[in-house]
Unconditional design. Structure first.
Length: 307
């Protein structure tokens, strides 16, 4: 029995040691150019991460101008900025008119690869990554992503990712990518209801905990001198609810889905509004509770003096 258990443990350890080798066997070439297409609604942008050794003495501002000029031939480029990292230089460009159509949750995007990556040598290795909401269903040129060489790695964040690894020339041969997307409205509605339901959970939590705090202090007046400590302690669960609500917003895909579905301004109302309301509920319940406790203790004190 002991030998069988030890054998299982040994096999498990060997598998764990072998796993990174198989998982990272096809990692991106360290010298590859990375291009991120971020489809997030109101602030759509492209990010180019170019290894420093590929600049070949080209000044960063000159590289930025070359990329921006190429993008500006097809889109309205709002602006861009340069960020120097340890191994690469990141160029970010915000695109105003990325969508050809954006109405009622349906999106159409056209991306000519010559405009996107034509400024690089055709034999350069490139990683193209497209990020959009998890609640978005995409089609590319009426084909599946996989037929064009894209893979979809698992991600726990709000965006769903589609990654392509290959040479620039392979992308240029595909010419133009036409992305047709539609938000899964039923899933979005269900997750929105769950997102807003955190407000109801917060109301009940604050109501129960504030009443419990009041009852405790009234029954044990000697604990009033550590009221601030107790007050913070009873607010831990409501604060935890706020944190869980924020995590749910990011993990569910609603963060990007709201930006894709609603117009600018309204999307912020749906994104930030429920969180702000959940936070506001804390003082709405606990501040009046503190005043009620003070009044009731004062009333009990006066009553005991009259007796």
């Amino acid at each position: 029995m002991k030998w069988s258990v030890l054998s299982l443990i040994l096999i498990f350890l060997v598998a764990m040691l072998a796993y990174p080798k198989t998982t990272f066997a096809q990692t991106l070439n360290k010298d590859a150019i990375e291009v991120d297409i971020c489809i997030i609604g109101s602030d759509n942008h492209f990010v180019y991460k170019i290894p420093k050794q590929l600049h070949n003495d080209t000044p960063y501002y000159e590289m930025k101008n070359d990329i921006e000029a190429s993008l500006a031939s097809h889109w309205k480029v709002q602006g861009g900025h340069v960020e120097t990292n340890h191994s690469n230089v990141a160029y970010t460009f915000f695109i105003e008119d990325l969508f050809q159509e954006k109405q009622d949750g349906h999106l159409k995007i056209s991306i000519p690869y010559r405009t996107l990556v034509g400024m690089f040598r055709e034999d350069e290795a490139i990683q193209l990554r497209i990020m959009a909401s998890k609640l978005m269903n995409w089609q590319v040129n009426a084909k599946e992503w996989a037929t064009l060489g894209f893979v979809q790695p698992l991600t726990f964040l709000s965006e769903s990712e589609y990654v392509y690894n290959g040479a620039v020339n392979e992308l240029l041969q595909q010419r133009v990518a036409h992305f047709d997307g539609a938000i899964a409205k039923r899933q979005m509605l269900l997750r929105s209801v769950m997102y807003f339901s955190f407000i109801i959970v917060q109301i009940f939590a604050c109501l129960i905990l504030s009443r419990s705090l009041k009852k405790r202090i009234i029954q044990h007046p000697e604990e009033m001198h550590q009221f601030r400590k107790l007050n913070y302690m009873y607010q831990i669960i409501p604060l935890f609810i706020v944190i869980v609500q924020i995590i749910y917003l990011v993990m569910s895909g609603l963060l990007t889905a709201f930006g894709l579905y609603f117009s600018p301004g309204i999307d912020l109302l749906f994104i930030i509004g429920p969180i702000l309301f959940t936070i506001i509920l804390l003082p709405m319940f606990f501040v009046p509770t503190e005043n009620e406790i003070a009044k009731e203790l004062q009333h009990n004190k006066m009553g005991s003096h009259l007796e």
